[in-house]
Design a protein around this ligand. Sequence first.
Ligand code: GTP
Ligand code: MG
Length: 258
Amino acid sequence: LYRSRAATVTPKFLVLGPSGAGKTALITTLERGAPTATHTSLTPLTIAAPLPATHTPSSARYRSTNDAALRLVPILFTDTPGHGKLRHLALGLITPAPPTPPPTGLIFVVDAAALSSEADNAGLRDAAEYLHDVLLALQRAYERAKSSVAREIPLVVVAGKLDLFTALPAGVVRSLLEAEIGRVRETKARGIVGVGKGGDGLGGEEVVEEGALGGRAEGKFEFGVMEEWGIKVSVVGGNVRGEGPGVTGLWDWVAGQI
Ligand code: GTP
Ligand code: MG
């Protein structure tokens, strides 16, 4: 078995999520320990941050604790714009054209205070639609790859802004997103059938032969089904302002991937 790709390839994580979720505040916190003032991002931006001394890369866990080399490897985080019209920039980075290696993992940030389960919650819908599209892009890439090169990819959902008293805990964020992605999946499946039958030539490229997310368009969606396509989804809580768990949970997850 190959022990580690971390020693030879710089780990690179792609940060995505809706506009205003806190992506730029999060990566500047990873880089400097505190968020900088942010404004709506228009282009991807990569920063480098070393793994904090409190965390051990999983690939180093069974080695000498003196193996400081791995710790010094910078970890790259690529922030992307969350605005609906700019999401193609992020989606393009999920499966880059060779020889650019795909990211080590994906970090999908949501504002846990903007996802209430009330009917017609636009924040929840938007986050679920975006996450649906991200997971589907990964699923398709996995299906396209020859089995020999199909690669597992981890994705963590960060339930952010946990300092806000209206924020929902990570477990609730997880189930709300799963339920809403289920509804998005159903809506999209109906849309695709409609377009196919209409044959009006508009949006014809939307007629997709490949399967729906998780292999079926109906019923309950759970992140766990994505493991069939090599996608391991985790959910952690976090915040970069006020009182709360901070970014420890995210660093724990990152350390587990490198
Ligand atoms: P786009 O660049 O438009 O995609 O947004 P973004 O995801 O980069 O959001 P950004 O980091 O700019 O944060 C949006 C707002 O949320 C800013 O005013 C941040 O200060 C605020 N914010 C981010 N993280 C937190 C947090 O943990 N707690 C609180 N209270 N506010 C936060
Ligand atoms: Mg931003």
